[in-house]
Design a protein around this ligand. Structure first.
Ligand code: COA
Ligand code: THG
Length: 570
């Protein structure tokens, strides 16, 4: 079927539908909802049989929904309507929520119901629920709706025909979730912040500044006077609550010269100069980098907010890896974070630096040092286990390991080009030809599209797909590792594999040393950072400031490509 995805932006849910529907053989094109005329033009150019709107903030005009069936993917149960569905579900502590596919008409979210899929709620942030449960349910609900569309005799049910518990819920206001530090316990505070994380954050006045709070973690061990600052670590601040304390990892100060999300200690810098330092190692409540081992396998977690890795975080992670390598294990697994495995260097922190070029340079060197440390792991087999999505440098960093395992359903964006034609580093020019072959690495580095796992595996970016639900992923990885250890009698197989890996490394090094790959990549990156062409700095600015796109990129808007138009006309 010819299907147009009409969306506010190409977000993770839209990317997932794009990848899955294309894999099912549908002809998919994407148009950003910039204004009514452009959207109508897209419909006229592509002539879709069906329009699907996975992430849309504005009303679809009558000129479109009268002509073509438009299916809205709504992150709520049947009958639920409005722009803050998930926010309300989290704030109300609901046990179950869902995704409904409904047909657009003149009344927002009140059209006929095509399908609905429910899921149990989990105590996670809005963005995390959205990227996981909502995305899975949305994919199922869209598939059901497409099947029904293809049945000639199907007609959807109107809202009046079905019994529902959902209702219209207004746009959530700051006053609906404002924290009352003297009254709210930790659970309530966490719930409020999570209901607004990734967007818009909880408004909070501190030090006469209007701040927005994100990235909350419970701290059961520490206590103090409710609402008072207890301490800080490298990136986060710890605040006492009525019953314990919470860590806040990220803040946004819209009135500052860097009005975007940054680590809390950077935003508050001068205001918390005298705040005592709490060693992260003593508090397991907020430990983005965490190592543990069990039954001969070491696991390194790096739960960085939004998968972004700053210079110091890369250094910290490298240090943790160096330590892990000294442990008597045969396998190390790089687990990444809860939301993302990694999205490469930290563009927000680069944007906020005194010199963005210098900070980019430091960040890419730190991530390269980490990549090198992974490649040069001699005493252990090292695996990247991706539970969440990865993008840009994060994908190539994963490939630095001996094997990449990925959870069924994640999306990879193995490209740097959208960031102002960045050349990219992380030793990709060594890793890609080695694991994917010359031809595939050409294909990967030319691509600007999100990739599903079937393609990633075919191209050699991923070795194993782990078909496990999100909450059982760690267990599935653990079982695989331990089976590998146990089936290898007296570690003979593992030792042979380690020997083979060392031989390969030695022979690769003799042909062309890793330092030469690094130098070549960094020479190109130097031009991106310091050269005449400002594309990278402009693209990064637009990304960090979330400047809306003024047109849909041709990579996804195939109806706007001349070749596709000619093909359809002829
Ligand atoms: N640095 C800082 N923030 C990043 C980031 C990075 N490298 N990658 C993602 N983020 C942030 C986004 O700004 C967004 O912030 P929000 O919480 O304020 O909304 C959040 O992570 C989620 O990203 P989003 O783009 O909404 O997720 P997605 O799943 O729809 O898309 C990517 C994922 C990877 C395609 C997209 O985030 C991206 O292009 N990132 C940039 C990657 C990059 O170029 N890195 C530098 C080169 S190494
Ligand atoms: N029919 C038509 N178009 C649609 C929908 C529809 N477009 C997408 C839409 N459903 C998705 N759902 C909503 C529901 C309510 C609101 C937005 C999207 C909403 N918006 C506030 C407004 O427009 O004033 C502002 C919200 C905000 O600022 O975030 O109420 O069923 N034809």
């Amino acid at each position: 079927m010819r299907i147009l995805l009409l969306c506010h932006a190409f977000n993770s849910l839209t990317q997932r539908l794009f990848v899955e529907l294309e894999a099912q053989g549908h002809d998919i094109s994407v148009e950003f909802d910039i204004n009514d005329e452009t959207s109508l033009q897209a419909v006229n150019l592509f002539q879709p049989e069906l329009i699907i709107a996975p992430y849309l903030k504005r009303a679809i005009p009558e000129s479109i929904w009268k002509k073509t069936i438009c299916l809205i993917v709504h992150p709520g149960i049947t009958g639920d309507r409005g722009p803050s569905s998930l926010d309300w579900a989290i704030l109300k502590n609901l046990n179950e929520w869902g995704v409904t596919v409904l047909q657009a008409n003149a009344e927002m979210d009140a059209g006929d119901i095509w399908s609905t899929v429910s899921f149990p709620m989990r105590k996670a942030s809005k963005a995390n629920l959205y990227r996981n449960e909502v995305t899975e349910a949305a994919l199922q609900a869209v598939n059901i709706a497409i099947q029904k569309y293809q049945q000639a005799d199907f007609s959807p049910l109107s809202l009046r025909q079905i019994e529902t518990s959902g209702d219209w819920q207004p746009l959530m206001q700051q006053s609906d979730r404002q924290i009352n530090w003297n009254v709210d316990d930790s659970a309530t505070i966490i719930k409020k912040i999570k209901s607004a994380d990734g967007f818009p954050g909880i408004k909070q006045k501190w030090f006469d500044r209007e701040l927005y709070l994100f990235d909350v973690h419970h701290e059961p061990e520490l206590h103090g006077k409710a609402g008072e600052f207890i301490g800080q670590n490298e990136t986060a601040i710890c605040i006492a609550t009525t019953d314990s304390a919470v860590w806040i990892g990220h803040l946004k100060d819209k009135q500052s010269s860097h009005p975007f999300k940054l680590p809390a200690t950077i935003v508050l810098k001068d205001d918390i100069r005298d705040l005592p330092f709490i060693d992260t190692k003593q508090s397991i409540a907020y430990q983005p980098v965490r190592y543990h081992s069990a039954n001969g396998v070491g696991y390194l977690h790096f739960n960085f907010y939004n998968g972004a890795m700053s210079t110091t975080q890369c250094q910290q992670l490298r240090e943790a890896l160096v330590q892990a390598k000294q442990q008597p294990t045969k396998i190390i697994v790089l687990m990444g974070g809860d939301d993302f495995w990694s999205n490469g260097m930290h563009l927000n922190q680069i944007e906020a630096a005194t010199s963005a070029a210098d900070e980019s340079w430091d960040n890419i060197n730190a991530i390269n040092d980490l990549s090198l440390e992974i490649i040069n792991t001699e005493s252990q087999l090292i695996f990247s286990a991706m539970r969440g999505n990865a993008g840009a440098g994060g994908v190539f960093l994963a490939r630095a390991a001996d094997e990449v395992w990925a959870r069924q359903g994640i999306i990879l964006n193995p490209h740097y080009k959208d960031m102002g034609n960045l050349y990219g580093s992380e030793y990709w020019s060594y890793l890609l030809p080695r694991f994917a072959g010359e031809e595939n690495s050409q294909r990967i580095s030319q691509s600007r599209l999100p990739m599903g796992l079937a393609e990633a595996k075919a191209l050699g970016l991923v070795d194993k797909i782990i078909d496990s639900p999100r909450n059982l992923f760690y267990e599935a990885v653990r079982q695989r590792c331990e089976k590998l250890l146990n089936s290898a009698s007296d570690n003979l197989d593992i030792n042979q594999q380690l020997e083979k890996k060392q031989q390969q490394r030695t022979s690769d090094e003799a042909i062309k040393p890793l330092s030469a790959y690094r130098e070549l990549e960094l020479n190109k990156m130097k031009k991106n950072f310091y050269g005449f062409d400002p594309s990278y700095h402009i693209a990064r600015y637009n990304f960090v400031y979330k400047i809306a796109k003024s047109r849909t990129p041709l990579t996804i808007a195939k109806h706007r490509r001349i070749s596709d138009i000619v093909r359809r006309v002829s």
